[in-house]
Design a binder for this molecule. Structure first.
Ligand code: ASP
Length: 318
């Protein structure tokens, strides 16, 4: 039994390990850990306190996958509910579908009795407003949803180096089954309705008991284009070791063209329980917590630099 996670999952890993130790399933452990992060208002990249989109609305994405049968559930652009990971789990367990978005996800959340919540904290709202000023005055901010030029603003407001974050958790239970889960509020100041890699199976997460599991944080558009999480698993399926598979998936990201290339990270495990983290940033870490340990250990990720280029089309929206 073990947990492997992004660093911000530390608030939920002890509880998740209790779940595993008491015989709970990998999906129970993943949901438990991620719910703790979603409820943590100090984490501005997940759930409560997450930074909002260009209109000042918090839109959440989450997804999970079980390795024993490759079942998966996800929600995206979900507003007004604190625990998208639990709603994603219910999509997986109750519906013949895998992925609900926007109003449909909200409707389903209400139908299953999920608790509505106000996600925008005063601190996150202040950061949102500051990000759009001084270009926009307070009156303009109040009228953001009347604007017809948001596509111009998204380029100005989105700074790939300071506005992102996601929680990743991989669990292996007593039966040896894997589950991976991911939850995020995505980029701050994103275009309304923008969905990143986090709720997309194969991009932001993937688990297959026969090979391993992987989950991403970072520039979601890149992980979607390179199918990063699935690539890690596929490389292991064709015989590469965990380390080689991860390196190949990082190099695939480096092969992407286009104007919007920035940072990427992922964690991964193989079916023997070996674990690894990769990052395009120096000094990045991840967490590993085995059943025999008293507390999670923080381990360095392997640093593979990506050629950064982030070229804005319009520099001046005025
Ligand atoms: N991958 C997330 C997204 O693109 C954000 C992040 O992890 O930084 O929405």
């Amino acid at each position: 039994m073990f947990l492997v996670a992004s660093h911000n999952a530390h608030v939920g890993l002890n509880q998740a390990m209790d779940v595993l130790r008491s015989g709970g399933s990998a999906v129970d452990a993943v949901e438990t850990a991620i719910r703790a992060v979603e409820a943590n208002a100090d984490d501005h990249s997940v759930g409560l306190g997450g930074y909002p989109n260009l209109l000042g609305e918090v839109e959440l994405d989450a997804g999970l996958m079980q390795g024993h049968d490759l079942t998966s559930g996800a929600v995206a652009a979900l507003r007004g509910y604190l625990h998208p990971i639990s709603i994603a789990r219910q999509v997986m367990e109750r519906l013949p579908h895998v992925f609900l978005v926007g109003d449909g996800a909200v409707r389903f959340a209400a139908e299953i009795g999920a608790k509505p919540a106000t996600l925008l904290t005063p601190e996150a709202q202040e950061t949102w407003a500051r990000g759009l000023q001084p270009e926009l005055a307070s009156d303009d901010l109040a009228r953001m949803n009347k604007r017809h030029d948001l596509s111009r603003w998204v380029e100005i407001a989105t700074d790939p180096e300071r506005t992102r974050g996601t929680v990743n958790v991989i669990a292996c239970d007593r039966q040896g089954h894997l589950c991976v889960g991911v939850s995020t509020s995505g980029w701050a100041w994103k275009y309304p309705g923008r969905v990143g890699d986090s709720p997309v199976a194969g991009a932001g997460f993937y688990a297959d008991d026969r090979y391993g599991a992987a989950a991403c944080t970072g520039t979601g558009e890149m992980a979607i284009r390179a199918a990063t999480a699935h690539s890690v698993i596929l490389y292991m399926k064709i015989g590469l070791s965990l380390g080689e598979a991860g390196r190949r998936a990082m190099h695939d990201l480096n092969d992407l063209g286009g104007r919007y290339i920035a940072g990427m990270n992922f964690i991964a495990v193989d079916r023997q329980g070996n674990h690894i983290g990769f990052s395009s940033y120096e000094d990045a870490t991840y967490l590993h917590f085995a059943e025999t340990m008293e507390a999670p250990e923080e381990l360095p990720r392997i640093h593979i630099p990506l050629r950064q280029r982030w070229v804005k089309v319009q520099e001046d929206p005025a």
